[in-house]
Design a protein around this ligand. Structure first.
Ligand code: SAH
Length: 278
């Protein structure tokens, strides 16, 4: 794949900062860093981090986990650039390919699980297209981690027969292209990733499809980290509660009857900033 044209507002990322130990075919480890708490890294993720020659990471990886990278290991932050422009995916793919062609141990560290809304499969495909080896190391996805952190099981007998993970990210036309009719199911827990700016729009669509305004819902920001905040409210009130909380980090949105169990299952340390019903 040809490298993308340089743009004046972007600092080009290169792999020149990485010392080449020998020219060999390497394995790139696409590693899930989990939701943020370093204790939720897998043993394998931790081991790979400690033996990597270079770690390529993005903004979802918590500072506490970045701090575990040994001081001598090269780090490449592809989370943002001066001017806050995210590095385009093609450029990240090119960086990984270039590094893999020059290094023995590349760890691509991604928030949560690399294969859940993580674009890890695009990176894997780019590596495969260049004949490079890769291995996916799953991480704890934010759905299970954030739910557990506030005392919510994703399924529970009698409350939810299933769970659906969707993205609230808007498509090019500015709308969220989802099967709202299918999602407005009281028997299923709905987990929306990338929901921060879209909570009121999501609520509107679900109510329009007949989901009860009394359905319990929660929004969790920076789940499992010391910066964790969350709100719990009915579907009717959750958008306002989340706006009042003015979250300053990634937000996961949970909707479904299981959220009511937070009342009984939440750890004392995870007590919510509870939204009062109007
Ligand atoms: N691969 C990741 C998801 C990447 S999409 C995973 O498996 O979790 C990015 C979205 O994940 C964020 O917008 C947010 O919705 C969610 N997310 C990731 N970490 C989170 C955290 N610690 N707290 C709340 N939401 C989180």
């Amino acid at each position: 794949m040809a490298p993308p044209a340089a743009r004046p507002d972007r600092q080009k990322i290169t792999c020149s900062q990485v010392k080449v130990s020998r020219v060999t075919k390497s394995t790139v480890y696409l590693v899930g860093a989990g939701p943020g708490d370093p204790d939720l890294l897998t043993v394998k993720a931790r081991r790979l981090l400690e033996s990597a020659e270079v770690v390529v990471y993005d903004r979802l990886v918590s500072p506490e986990i970045i701090a575990l990278i040994p001081p001598g290991t090269a780090r490449i932050d592809v989370g943002k650039q001066p001017g806050h422009h995210p590095v385009p995916q093609e450029e990240i793919n090119s960086v990984l390919v270039a590094l893999a062609q020059r290094n023995r141990r590349v760890v691509r560290l991604k928030g949560g699980d690399p294969f859940v809304f993580g674009r890890g499969s695009e990176e894997a495909a780019a590596l495969a297209a260049h004949g490079l080896r890769f291995e996916v190391v799953p991480g704890i996805t934010s759905a299970s981690a954030c739910a557990a952190a506030i005392g919510v099981p994703l399924t529970h007998r009698g409350l939810a027969t299933g769970v659906r993970y969707v993205t609230g990210h808007c498509c090019a036309e500015g709308d969220i292209d989802l099967d709202w009719h299918g999602l407005a199911d009281p028997q299923t827990t709905l987990v929306v990733y990338m929901a921060k700016a879209q909570i009121s729009r999501i609520v509107e669509r679900l109510l329009a499809q007949g989901l009860s305004p009394a359905t319990p819902a929660a929004a969790v920001c920076n789940g499992t980290t010391v910066r964790q905040q969350h709100v719990i409210a009915t579907l009717a009130d959750i958008a306002e509660a989340a706006e009042t909380a003015a979250f300053g980090g990634p937000v996961l949105f949970l909707i479904g009857r299981v959220v009511a169990l937070a009342d009984v299952l939440a750890e004392p340390a995870a007590m919510p900033m509870r939204a009062e019903r109007a």
